[in-house]
Design a protein around this ligand. Structure first.
Ligand SMILES: [Zn+2]
Length: 415
C-alpha cells in the first residue's frame, strides 16, 4: 500500500471520484485526462503506471522524488493504460519492445498552456508499464541568485562572464539541475547582448535570441566539426552541453583555447573532481590548468514547506551521520510535517546546493604537478572556502531543507 493511504485523496482529487462513480453514470471525462489534471496540479514531471499482480500502481514524480499515489484494480488499470496509449498514437496491443509516442493536451482550465507529453510503454513480467513525461516543463530562467547559489557563487559567475576566455563547468551527477543552471546563465548572457552560440545534444530548451545548434552525427555534425563551425560565427560565449567523451572534451578545449568563453556540464562528484574527469577524458594537466576558469558543483534538495515545517528532536539516522563526520549534533532540526499547501508531502519545490571553485594560482600549480582530488580539496579547505556539504548543512539549519535531504546528496566530506 502507499506510505500514506490519504495521499491518493490529496494527490488525485479528480481521478478518485471517477473511479468511485458507478459504471455508465454518464461521466464523459476520460480517466486519463483526470489523472493528467491531477498530475499537473501537483507539479509532477512524470506519471508511472506500474502493473502489479492484480492491480496497477500509480506513482507521480514530484520535486524529483517518485511518490506512490494510488493502487487501482487491474480492470481500471488496463483502461487507463489503453487510454494513454491511444492518446499517444500507440497500438493498444502490448508490444514486446519499448515503444514511444507523444501527444499534446489542452488542460481543462482556461489560461493554462497546452502540455506536451511523451509516453513510453515497456512490456514487463507483470504486464505493460507506462512512463508518461511532461515535456518542456514550464521552464523559467531567472537570475543566478534565484537558483540558490548564494552571493559568493554569483560573484564568481559574474567575474567569469566579465572575463574573456576560459571554461565554466557545471558539475554534478544526473538530475542535479546542471542544465537549469546553464540555461539560466545563457538567459542572463542573452539579456546582456553577448553573442552566444550553443552546440547541444539534444537541445533541451529553446531560448529566443540564442543560436542553438543540434549535434547530428548522421549528417556529419559531431562535436569536433560543430565546434570548428561555431568558431567561424565569432561568438563571445559557447555552450557545449554535456562534455562526456574525449571528442567533446577536446572540442571544449579548442573553443576555450581560441579565447572564447566556454560553458559545459560534466559528471563529477564535486568541484575539484572535474580535474580527474577531464584527465580521464584525455586532457593534459597543462591544458586543464590553463583553461579552467570556474567550476560550479551542485545538487538539488527539496524545499521544506514553510507552512508546516517544524523543529523537532534530531532523528537517530541524522545523529549517527553527523556524529560519524565529527560534526556538532543539534538538539532539534527542521523536519517535514505535511499540510494542504504541500499535498501532505512536507516539501514544496527544490533548491540548489552549490560549491563554486575559482582555481587560484596555487591550484593551477597543483594541477600542473598532477595533484589528486584530495590534495586540491585540502587546498580549498585551508583557504576557508565553503564546500557543498557545509552549504547544505547551512540550508538545513535555516529550515530551507531538512538534514535528511542533505544526507541524501551524498556530498564529500571536507578532508
Ligand atoms: Zn506543508
Amino acid at each position: 500500500m502507499p506510505d500514506d493511504p490519504l495521499l491518493g485523496q490529496r494527490l488525485l482529487p479528480r481521478l478518485l471520484p471517477l473511479i468511485e462513480a458507478p459504471a455508465g453514470s454518464g461521466e464523459e471525462v476520460l480517466e486519463a485526462h483526470a489523472l493528467l489534471e491531477d498530475a499537473l496540479r501537483t507539479r509532477a514531471t512524470d506519471i508511472h503506471l506500474d502493473p502489479l499482480q492484480e492491480s496497477l500502481r500509480i506513482r507521480l514524480r514530484i520535486d524529483g522524488r517518485v511518490i506512490e499515489a494510488l493502487r487501482v484494480d487491474a480492470g481500471l488499470g488496463a483502461r487507463l493504460t489503453n487510454q494513454f496509449k491511444v492518446l499517444a498514437g500507440l497500438d493498444p496491443v502490448p508490444s514486446m519492445t519499448a515503444v514511444d509516442g507523444s501527444f499534446s493536451w489542452p488542460p481543462g482550465e482556461e489560461g493554462r498552456e497546452e502540455a506536451f507529453l511523451r509516453v513510453t510503454a515497456v512490456g514487463c513480467v507483470a504486464g505493460e508499464k507506462l512512463a508518461i513525461r511532461f515535456l518542456a516543463p514550464p521552464a523559467t530562467f531567472h537570475d543566478t541568485l534565484s537558483l540558490g547559489i548564494g552571493e559568493e557563487g554569483a560573484h564568481g559567475i559574474r567575474r567569469w562572464m566579465d572575463a574573456t576566455g576560459g571554461m565554466l563547468l557545471v558539475a554534478g551527477p544526473t538530475g542535479a539541475g546542471k542544465t537549469t543552471t546553464l540555461y539560466t546563465l545563457l538567459n542572463q548572457l542573452r539579456l546582456e547582448e553577448g553573442h552566444v552560440v550553443t552546440l547541444e545534444d539534444p537541445v533541451e530548451y529553446e531560448i529566443p535570441g540564442i543560436n542553438q545548434v543540434q549535434v547530428d552525427e548522421a549528417k556529419g555534425l559531431d562535436f569536433p566539426s560543430g565546434a570548428r563551425s561555431l568558431l567561424r560565427l565569432d561568438p563571445d560565449y559557447v555552450l557545449l552541453g554535456e562534455i562526456r567523451d574525449p571528442e567533446s572534451a577536446r572540442a571544449a578545449l579548442n573553443v576555450a583555447g581560441s579565447g572564447r568563453s566556454l560553458m559545459g556540464t560534466l559528471h563529477s562528484r564535486d568541484a575539484v573532481g572535474v580535474v580527474s574527469s577531464l584527465r580521464q577524458l584525455g586532457l593534459r594537466d597543462a591544458e586543464i590548468g590553463a583553461n579552467l576558469g570556474l567550476v560550479v558543483s551542485q545538487r538539488l534538495v527539496r524545499r521544506l514547506c514553510t507552512h508546516c515545517r517544524e523543529r523537532r528532536p534530531l532523528p537517530e539516522r541524522e545523529a549517527v551521520w553527523l556524529d560519524a563526520m565529527d560534526m556538532h549534533l543539534p538538539e532539534e532540526a527542521w523536519q517535514p510535517v505535511g499540510c494542504d499547501h504541500c499535498d501532505g508531502l512536507g516539501f514544496r519545490g527544490r533548491t540548489g546546493v552549490f560549491e563554486a571553485w575559482q582555481p587560484t594560482a596555487e591550484d593551477h600549480s597543483l594541477i600542473m604537478r598532477h595533484a589528486d582530488e584530495s590534495r586540491l580539496r585540502r587546498a580549498l579547505v585551508e583557504r576557508g572556502e565553503t564546500l557543498m556539504l557545509q552549504e547544505g548543512l547551512a540550508k538545513a539549519e535555516q529550515g530551507i531543507t531538512s538534514l535528511r535531504e542533505v544526507l541524501r546528496m551524498g556530498a564529500i566530506l571536507p578532508a
